[in-house]
Design a protein around this ligand. Structure first.
Ligand SMILES: *Cc1c(COP(=O)(O)O)cnc(C)c1O
Length: 396
């Protein structure tokens, strides 16, 4: 069966050039511990240094500001936890947004039960935070602002540079989850004015289980989560995952190299898909911002259809997509992102996300549109909501 992958916001395949570099550190003599002083250790340390240089160069940082972690989740946890406790004597107030990834939201919720005050900023119908709301939320106790660069569910790009200027003016530590934006739009730590920034390798054709936390020099931040060895300049204990970090470095290099032409190509595919879906199907709305969105991100709500049903029907035809209404722990909870954008529960349940990637083509989009037509017709014909919505056609 023809298989099309439209779920690059969930994860990406490992780039063949990344796999090749990683393989080099999984076989032969390149297995050393970078903390060892002998030949084997030096090879590993050299690889670690090179990866760090690539990452620093890509985001406009210096090598001393880069910490390798095990994931985007770990980076978010470390950033927030570390900033919260390091600044504890100055205040206890944290500001974040309603549409953050759970790696951020659940971390601030946990801090709340340890005496921190949390303000969750609302978003508009595009999923965008208003800079005026950020400013209004700041108190003399505010020690941390955490807002994501681009949203994973609806693709909206946040006004990060503006928030960064405000945070800098007020001397408040600013963390940005850039897991979705890196490799698709420019991510430069000075342009964005951030103190802390998180990345995850598997969202841009690197391996899973490796991430990065940027910590600007001079930021009041200490690691507060892992105790052990002196790795990563005493900021992240545990023997470094050299093959994964080497892969991460290579993926960073490739992502930045091709960002302009690849973004242009993806925007063309994206806009074609959005236009065709809105033209062909009634009762469908684009979710997220129409222009200020990730180049590869397409998301809708289909009224009178369950997102899950569309996902499963498309999967049977070989097309992999995602639905915001992911079935978590057995209960169908609609996405917190769509709910905070003002969509009612029953509408949020009809969400469909298609995130494009490097191997997707015009033909893939065409194939999806053809496959989608009978699926929408069939699912809507089965929908009691659809029947009830039309007063002239009584439900049998
Ligand atoms: C995927 C993702 C994460 C988590 O990264 P992992 O490496 O999967 O732990 C965090 N934030 C955002 C916005 C993401 O999309």
């Amino acid at each position: 069966m023809r298989r099309i992958y439209f779920d690059h916001s969930a994860t990406t395949p490992v780039h063949p050039l990344v796999a090749r570099e990683m393989d080099h550190f999984l076989t032969g003599d390149n297995f050393g511990n970078p903390s060892s002083m002998h030949y084997f250790g030096r090879i590993a340390l050299n690889a670690l240094d090179e990866a760090r240089e690539k990452v620093a160069r890509a985001i406009g940082a210096s090598t001393g500001e880069i910490i390798f972690t095990s994931s985007g989740t770990e980076s978010d946890n470390m950033a927030i936890h570390g900033a919260a406790y390091t600044n504890r004597r100055r205040g206890n107030h944290i500001i974040t947004s309603a549409v953050e990834h759970h790696a951020v939201l659940h971390t601030v919720r946990a801090l709340e039960s340890h005496g921190f005050d949390v303000t969750i900023l609302p978003v508009d119908r595009y999923g965008m935070v208003d800079i005026n709301d950020v400013e209004a939320a700041i108190t003399d106790k505010t020690i941390l602002i955490s807002v994501m660069h681009a949203n994973n569910e609806v693709g909206t790009i946040m006004p990060i540079a503006e928030i960064g200027r405000l945070a800098q003016e007020r001397r408040i530590t600013f963390h940005v989850d850039a897991v979705q934006s890196f490799g698709k739009i420019p991510v430069n730590v000075d342009d964005l004015g951030v103190n802390l920034l998180s990345l995850a390798g598997h969202k841009f054709y690197g391996p899973k289980g490796v991430g990065m936390l940027y910590v600007r020099k001079g930021t009041p931040w200490k690691q507060t989560m892992l105790y052990g060895g002196a790795q990563e300049h005493m900021r992240r204990a545990g023997t470094e995952n050299i093959p994964a970090i080497v892969g991460f470095g290579k993926a960073v290099e490739l992502a930045v190299e091709k960002i302009d032409e690849e973004s242009k190509r993806l925007i063309t595919l994206r806009d074609r898909m959005i236009k065709e879906v809105l033209d062909r199907f009634p009762h469908v709305e684009l979710t997220g911002h129409p222009n200020l969105r990730l180049p590869n991100h397409v998301s809708f709500v289909f009224r009178y259809i369950e997102g899950e049903s569309m996902l499963l029907s498309l999967d049977m035809r070989g097309i992999a997509v995602s639905s915001g209404s992911a079935c978590t722990s057995g209960s169908l909870e609609p996405s917190h992102v769509l709910l905070s954008m003002g969509y009612p529960h029953e509408v949020a349940h009809g969400s469909l996300r298609l995130t494009l990637g490097k191997d997707n083509t015009e033909e893939d989009v065409e194939y999806f549109l053809d496959v989608m037509e009978p699926i929408v017709t069939r699912l809507r014909a089965m929908s009691p909501l659809m029947r009830n919505s039309d007063a002239n056609i009584p439900a049998e």
